[in-house]
Design a protein around this ligand. Structure first.
Ligand code: ATP
Length: 239
């Protein structure tokens, strides 16, 4: 981990008059997996939307020194920000391969795209076996893998994952998180993951932040947060 790759300073965001984020400050190191924990309605999804340009923001967001705040989603995608939204957002009538190729929409390097298709299929062998199948016919876990695979086709510098475990069986989720960790280790992709399952999130993450009512109330290494009494009581279900 070297220095801060993503820095968020006094970030405010919301929907119309509804203010949701009230001055979020956080930093994520290059190559780190950072988990965002917090109760329902805390603003976790809104934070990811703010980072990928899907909601209007006030405040500072910098990725490797480049100011991101205020740029539209396609510009942020070109800067390497890939967002896998809650509910996955795969194009269900399109095939797995078509979905994956759409993930490379910002790119013109044909050979690189073919190589990355191969790379994604190596991470997710289940997708290779279903390249010609329409996405709508996949299981929930396979669709989540497709959504992450599609995001990887962007060659992201920052991968945002919103509730990847939602609705999935524990074994499928464990496999998914194992793959996310492998991608992070092999490609040094920086990851911000919002996750209700705090056990899982703290297992996979290096660092974590707790968001409550639109503000970060606790930050630290995953090990430190796991040992924190308040986190244990509120999010890990013991003590
Ligand atoms: P959850 O875990 O329940 O998804 P969250 O921490 O991700 O919660 P958000 O989804 O960011 O929280 O929601 C924060 C607040 O913003 C909530 O009060 C929610 O009702 C509101 N909100 C979310 N999306 C919209 C929207 N499109 N329009 C208006 N308000 C919204």
């Amino acid at each position: 981990m070297s220095g801060d790759f993503l820095t968020v300073t006094d970030l405010h965001a919301g929907y119309g008059d509804a203010r949701v984020l009230h001055g979020v400050d956080l930093a994520v190191g290059r190559g780190e997996i950072c988990a965002i924990l917090g109760p329902n309605g805390a603003g976790k999804t809104t934070l990811l939307r703010a980072l990928s340009g899907m909601v209007r923001v006030r405040g500072g967001v910098r990725l490797d020194g480049t100011a991101l705040a205020g740029r539209p989603p396609d510009a942020l995608a070109r800067l390497g920000v890939a967002h896998v939204p809650e509910g996955r957002g795969t194009f269900t009538p399109l095939t797995v391969e078509e979905n994956l190729r759409l993930g490379a929409f910002t790119r013109r390097d044909r050979d690189g795209i073919e190589a990355d298709l191969e790379r994604v299929c190596a991470y997710f062998p289940v997708l290779r076996a279903r390249l010609g199948q329409v996405a709508g016919s996949l299981s929930g876990g396979e669709q989540q893998m497709l959504a992450i695979g599609r995001a990887l086709m962007l060659r992201p510098r920052l991968l945002l994952l919103d509730e990847p475990s939602l609705g999935l069986a524990p074994l499928v989720t464990a496999e998914l998180f194992r793959i996310v960790r492998t991608v992070n280790e092999q490609e040094r992709t920086t990851v911000v993951v919002v996750e209700q399952n705090a056990h899982l999130a703290l297992d996979v993450a290096h660092r974590a932040h707790v968001l409550e009512s639109g503000r970060i109330v606790l930050s630290g290494s995953a090990a430190r947060l796991r040992a924190d009494e308040q986190v244990a009581r509120s999010y890990l279900g013991y003590r």
